[in-house]
Design a protein around this ligand. Sequence first.
Ligand code: TYD
Ligand code: MG
Length: 479
Amino acid sequence: MARKTANYVCQACGAASTKWAGRCEGCGEWNTLAQESAPESAPKGLGAKKGRRIEFQGLKGSSPHPPRQVSGIKEFDRVTGGGMVAGSALLVGGDPGIGKSTLLMQIAAALSGSLMPAYISGEEAIDQLRLRADRLGVTDANVGLAAATSVRDIASSIGEAGGPDLVIIDSIQTMFVDSIESAPGTVSQVRTSAQELIRLAKNRGFALILVGHVTKDGQIAGPRVLEHMVDTVLYFEGDANHQFRILRAVKNRFGPTDEIGVFEMTGQGLAEVANPSALFLADHEDEVSGSSVFADMEGSRPMLVEIQSLTAPSALGSPRRAVVGWDSGRLAMILAVLEARSGLALSGMDVYLNVAGGLKISEPAADLAVAAALVSSVSGVPVPPGCVVFGEIGLSGEVRAVSQVDARLKEAAKLGFTRAIIPAKTRGKRDQTKTKEGGMEITEISHIEDLLRLFSKQDEKKAKITTAIDPASDKRRHG
Ligand code: TYD
Ligand code: MG
């Protein structure tokens, strides 16, 4: 009797197994194993047959830079590293309804002047696509529409010379290859479909954009494998309750990966947001305790965002800690550092932290802004008006330098901010004596105790902070 080959495949990582299990042994995910057609038997090794000799080449040589296709939608061009590269494959992931189809329709229309785009949808009928194009006001653009899901049909239609030079597949989970038995959306279907389409794109030199659905925990559904196959992976994210959307590069063989593009969903599609700080600070009020403005860097782009916190005495044994838009582990760390290194009594407090506007921040430089918001909330003393804050906090309470200080300060000055609280370590790199830069008053601090002092100095009467500070704190810091 022939041995049975593996035919359960993890839909998250692609690992194969011979028997079903509740948990994938490859990636540890639960309930991801699904039965799929058995893969071909394992390769048997090379055997005795000799192969062709490979010639090695030097690093120097005249390889031309690949041509870029600039769409004119600046936010998109920046994220792709200056436009899409011919013959490259790009994956756009995002939650359902976030606006992937809208974005790609707009990109197809924007590129239709210089290219021949084809938009192939496996999810919507031609009429629906036309309705969307109408809503976006791009019905005059020369874009070829098709509703198809068979990769064989698609390959026959776009594979020949003279075919489209930009192909958009919406979405890769709806595509199927008829030589594989499993259903569309399974790992083997998605992987094979993508492989075929990418091979065509490389052969014929057209740019390929694949839409990938995202699972509830934010990964491109099924195939992490897909991320390895394409040249560029972009995530389109945003908050269902907010209008803005962020396009983020997480992998890019042809450009930087920390760039973001900011869009706003309007009644007529996605509008570019050239000045995101204004969007995130739109409702910012000065003189409210518990809020601070953080000068964030997303790739090469500075952005000001408001960080809000609320602290209140807790009635619970273990107080509540709720965070939106920031890492909860990082908040726990800042709370512990504030308590241990400066004696601010926070352990009996419920703490709520929110990044206004629904943005998600991952930069450690936000530490100091979070600490400022927390101290301000506890003390009831507002952060000085027109002040931005940034800096990383170490476990001993020291405030560490962060990168791109000048870009952050410039953005703040541009938006009318007049003060900044920044790490002292930055000074070495700048003019030692300067405390005013571009009309900004700079306060440099080296330890979070200096931050607490700022808040107690500001308004002696309002400063309840002194009562919250444990007099033993100095001993703790030095002892
Ligand atoms: P869509 O592009 O279909 O999302 P995805 O392809 O990621 O699933 O966008 C759907 C949402 O966008 C839908 O809720 C309606 C909204 N929308 C607008 O607000 N304005 C518009 O001009 C368009 C086309 C869509
Ligand atoms: Mg869609």
